[in-house]
Write a protein that binds this ligand. Structure first.
Ligand SMILES: [Zn+2]
Length: 347
């Protein structure tokens, strides 16, 4: 099963604050601080996915070199993504910046569930039903669950045996208190492999958290050794022309590279992962915000210059009606900014 495209309405509604000059400034300053920290990490020995040594950088972004793996097509930053780096990102202000947008009420939490996460659950359940499964009977564990929006989306859709694991105690406590039940459990970052190897789940999901795992290959080996787990569902950021756009607009908040994303998946590197770790690609959904990001980057730039400031309205009028049709071109070529992938673990 393969799907392409999705309406950009959600991005425009939920991420419209990034068009705001002050908000953009806040996040792009943070991206620069995180980039400076990343440059100080030790060099990676080779590609995150296949270990191949790096050649010349494709470009430098926020001071760090990045390149495509000559063997598997994965896009790697040349520095390591260490436990210490993850901790330093939060010290640099990521936590405070993210907290500004944390849901404070059940209503705002559920609104985010409905607008962003429920569609991912519908796609995943359609794919499971295609395989002859009854999704309501399975056990689900979401790793790197954040505030638990995906877990809540699963429960709301009838998957009552869904829980999440998250390393931020603050997020775990907030959500569990907000809903009065133990939706989320806390885990330290260095025991993630143990959780993946032993947790009693038919399906393990990772919604934009696999890219933050420090040692990808040992993690995937651990997950594969889990005797209960039959399905692995991921959403990951992917290689697309947007990486070049972000390098060109360093003062616009990056959504794909930087801010803790030190490597990106591609159709080819995902295929390599599946081959190496006995995963079968069962269903995939390619969509993204490449055109939204193009529109946003130009809009921010126009707004910053007094001589072009008044052109923002014209830019919006001309461009907004085109976003979905243009985005579908990226999606159908698997050059969108993200992919959602259900894999079956081969035994
Ligand atoms: Zn590689």
């Amino acid at each position: 099963m393969i799907r392409y495209g999705k309406s950009s309405e959600m991005y425009l509604e939920y991420k419209s604050l990034f068009y705001d000059r002050d908000t953009n400034q806040l996040w792009s300053d943070l991206a620069r601080r995180v980039g400076a920290l990343y440059c100080r990490q030790p060099l990676r020995e080779g590609c995150v996915v296949c270990g191949t040594a790096f050649k010349e950088p494709t470009f430098i972004f926020h001071g760090a070199p990045y390149s495509f793996c000559a063997d598997c097509g994965h896009f790697n930053g040349h520095h390591e993504d260490t436990f210490e780096f993850a901790a330093q990102i939060y010290e640099a202000g990521m936590n405070e910046t993210a907290t500004v947008y944390m849901d404070r009420t059940r209503a705002s939490f559920m609104e985010r569930v409905d607008t962003i996460y429920s569609a991912k659950v519908v796609f995943m359940c359609d794919a499971l039903r295609d395989l002859g499964e009854d999704p309501a009977t399975l056990r689900y564990v979401d790793l790197g669950a954040g505030a638990g929006h995906f877990v809540m989306a699963l429960r709301k859709a009838g998957m009552t045996r869904a829980i999440g694991y998250e390393t931020s105690e603050e997020l775990v406590d907030n959500t569990n208190v907000l809903f009065g039940e133990k939706l989320l459990r806390h885990n330290e970052l260095d025991v993630l492999n143990d959780v993946a190897a032993t947790v009693e789940a038919d399906l393990i999901s990772m919604i934009f958290s696999l890219e933050h795992v420090c040692a990808l290959r040992s993690f995937l080996s651990a997950l594969r050794s889990n005797p209960y787990c039959r399905y692995f569902y991921i959403s990951v950021p992917t290689v697309s022309p947007t990486i070049v756009l972000e390098a060109l607009f360093p003062h616009v908040m990056p959504r794909v590279l930087g801010l803790g994303h030190t490597h990106l998946f591609s159709d080819r590197s995902l295929e390599r992962i599946c081959q190496n770790f006995g995963l079968r690609r069962t269903a995939e959904w390619w969509f993204g915000a490449n055109v939204f990001d193009l529109h946003r980057s130009i809009s921010v730039l126009l707004g910053e210059r007094p001589e072009t400031n008044s052109a923002v309205v014209t830019w919006n009028d001309l461009m907004l009606p085109l976003i979905d049709a243009l985005q579908l071109v990226f999606d159908e070529r698997k050059l969108s900014s993200e992919v959602h992938l259900l894999t079956t673990i081969q035994r």
